[in-house]
Design a protein around this ligand. Structure first.
Ligand code: 9MJ
Length: 670
């Protein structure tokens, strides 16, 4: 039998936890970090496991129920759950305000203004302060019992605070999924290979419809209350805003943006204020709800069918609309990336007319299964570029073909390519592709490539825009007279540039290979290729096996090199560059097969005295050797310096030839 002390500790812990929940959710002023909160919960859980007879259903440990349901049962709403009339313009609002002023015979009305949350309306029934039932709105009269799911939402108290709450209280409000949680949930869905949710509202609805509350418990749901239904046992204050304050004191969360505003002017100002904030708010909202604050006036106005005449929802312009996907066009960006773009039947969404939306890449098209002729949902939130959210499959007519990004670039006709683990498909045209021309030329001219002094980004753009150059080879045909005619370029600069171009012709093979702008070929890879193949011809004619034999060259680089030099236009440009006189010192060594250490694998370990380990590696590579990081049966030689590690002993065990530094230097001919 647990003693009084245990009972007391349990009660203290529950009160503390509920108090922190209140600080966090209702007052938005947490006092302790999450870790501390978790510790309290762990302690409570531990004691309750030891004394299960002390567990109560309102304990904060009891949010997630044990068993999944077979189905949801029906709930009759004793006080119907209302819907709201809509206003779409200032004029609609002015008409509404006029009706109220005339109805209650007052010049200026106070309105309780609240964000209109885009979630699910829910009714919470508290009996003697305990949450006993939660139901969806359904058709307003009959909803579904979702108590077990609702209990998992931390922002909803299982027990009301204080001791002045009514014997029976039905709280009404909206279950929402905050935008941040929605994004995270969708990332998880994609990772699991499951379908992402279309918007936070759908995600919230899907989460509440789970028969297994354990699943709902993992979803980032939240709740704001905005009114009451049944109430027994106390009389309420006379204003809606005061009622909301009471709800807050009992532990219910109220939207912090709520305000009482004066008259129609106040309504308009509040609308403008929230519309400007809309995208920065944590939750998705689709408008403003205005309620006559004085409950006596509410009673005077009454209802029409199921909507109160004392409240209205002023809608923001819709952020989602349906329209037809007329075509999918492919754009080639500055970097060569192919981007599919949806051409749409123009549609007014998020306050502007939208006729294009990006489809990002092939994966996105596949995920949406978007096909030409489909009806699609377009979303434009704030300043975010319009997105295709989903395809309305039920409206698909006939059997449109799946869309595939083209095998050749729509701008230049070069082959397109896409590598494993990369989402983008890109044009391999590089130098030749008009879409990529400016970027290719800028790269070519840059300091670490051909180092053309005075040819900056701005000037490149000007030269291309004025039609003076089309390819990088054209750079070397520019004359001083042509340059002088350009805006902002004096005679001296023009002469300097032509001189710099002339100077840049004397380069190195590694700089030249890097300057070509082959995808994934950075400076180091260009150097590696050069060391290994020694001549441009060898690099251009290398097949996959030869490329893969080069240390540090993987399949992606190999494919990039092969595809680049397969394009006849790239070969043209290279030829033109050589024809204008670009040259480099010959690398005095034989192609790899003929090199002295070709086919031999080395491992270098320990400290070398006369040359660094890295220099030793490069020197070995230059003689055609492969240098590896670990010793295996395939290793031919292990070079051992001072203080070698386990690699030396492993080499001994495997019977591999061991070289000291002297032997290495001899081998290198030094
Ligand atoms: C929403 N959705 O945020 C009401 N609502 O009041 C607010 N909905 C409402 N109030 C009476 N803030 C019926 C519906």
């Amino acid at each position: 039998m647990p003693d009084k002390k245990i009972q007391h500790r349990i009660e203290t812990l529950r009160e503390e936890i509920n108090g922190h929940n209140y600080l966090y959710y209702v007052l938005d002023a947490p006092e302790i970090p999450d870790s501390e909160y978790d510790r309290l919960l762990v302690e409570l859980n531990k004691i309750e496991q030891q004394y299960p007879e002390l567990i109560t259903t309102d304990s904060p440990t009891q949010r997630v129920g044990a068993m999944p349901l077979d189905s949801f049962s029906e709930v009759q709403h004793e006080v119907p759950m209302l819907s709201l009339g809509n206003a779409f313009s200032e004029q609609d609002m002015e008409d509404f305000d006029k009706r109220i002023r005339e109805g209650v015979e007052k010049d200026c009305i106070d309105y309780a203004a609240e964000p209109k949350l885009d979630g699910l309306a829910i009714s919470l029934l508290y009996d003697n302060g305990l949450l006993v039932r939660a139901a969806t709105r359904g058709d307003g009269r009959t909803g579904e019992d979702v108590t077990l799911n609702i209990r998992t939402i931390d922002a909803i108290p299982l027990k009301l605070r204080g001791n002045d709450f009514p014997a029976v209280l039905e709280v009404r409000g909206e279950v929402v999924m905050p935008k941040e949680g929605f994004e995270k949930l969708n990332q998880q869905q994609l990772k699991k290979g499951e379908k992402p949710f279309v918007n936070p509202r759908n995600a919230a609805a899907g989460s509440l419809r789970q028969l297994d509350p354990k699943i709902t418990a993992t979803r980032p749901l939240s709740f704001y209350s905005y009114g009451i239904g049944l109430i027994e046992g106390i009389t309420l204050p006379e204003k809606h805003s005061q009622v909301m304050e009471r709800l807050k004191s009992w532990g219910m969360r109220i939207n912090p943006e709520s305000e009482v505003v004066k008259g129609i002017k106040g309504c308009h100002a509040y609308y403008e204020k929230l519309a400007a904030k809309r995208n920065d708010l944590p939750d998705e909202i689709d408008g403003i709800v205005y309620k006559v604050d004085d409950i006596e006036f509410q009673n005077i106005m009454g209802f029409v069918s199921r909507a109160p005449r004392w409240a209205i929802a002023r809608k923001f312009p819709a952020q989602e609309e349906m329209t037809k996907l007329l075509a999918i066009e492919v754009q080639v960006g500055r970097t060569g990336a192919l981007t599919p773009v949806a051409r749409l039947q123009p549609v007014f969404v998020g306050g502007v007319t939208v006729s294009n939306a990006t489809l990002h890449n092939q994966d996105e098209i596949d995920r949406l299964d978007a096909r030409v002729g489909d009806m699609v949902i377009i979303r434009r939130a704030g300043d975010v570029i319009p997105q295709v959210v989903s395809v309305v499959k039920s409206k698909r007519e006939g059997k449109p073909r799946r869309f595939q990004l083209p095998a050749t670039c729509p701008v230049c006709g070069s082959e397109t390519a896409r590598f494993e683990d990369e989402a983008v498909t890109f044009c391999t045209g590089g130098l030749y592709c008009e879409a990529q021309r400016k970027e290719a030329i800028k790269h070519f001219a840059s300091r670490r490539a051909m180092n053309i002094d005075g040819l900056g980004d701005k000037l490149v753009e000007q030269l291309v825009d004025e039609g003076l150059i089309n390819t990088i080879a054209d750079l070397y045909k520019i004359e001083v007279e042509q340059l002088i005619k350009l805006e902002r370029l004096g005679e001296k600069s023009a002469k300097n540039l032509v001189a710099a171009l002339e100077k840049s012709k004397a380069t190195t093979l590694a700089h030249f290979v890097f300057a070509l702008g082959i995808h994934n070929i950075g400076e180091t890879t260009a150097q590696t290729l050069t060391n290994h193949f020694a001549t441009l011809e060898n690099i251009m004619h290398a097949d996959e096996a030869q490329l893969l034999a080069v240390p540090d060259i993987g399949p992606v680089v190999a494919e990039n090199v092969i595809t680049f030099f397969k394009q006849s236009h790239n070969l043209d440009v290279v030829k033109q560059l050589l024809d204008v006189g670009i040259s480099w010192p010959k690398i005095k060594k034989k192609p790899v097969e003929q090199q002295p250490l070709a086919g031999k694998t080395f491992v270098v370990t320990g400290t070398l005295e006369t040359m660094g380990r890295n220099d030793a590696k490069v020197a070995l590579q230059e003689l055609g050797a492969k240098v590896s990081g670990s010793v295996s049966k395939k290793t031919d030689y292990v070079v051992v310096g001072e203080n070698p590690g386990s690699k030396a002993s492993k080499a001994q065990d495997l019977g591999i030839t061991i070289l000291d530094e002297k032997a290495l230097l001899k081998l290198l001919g030094q």
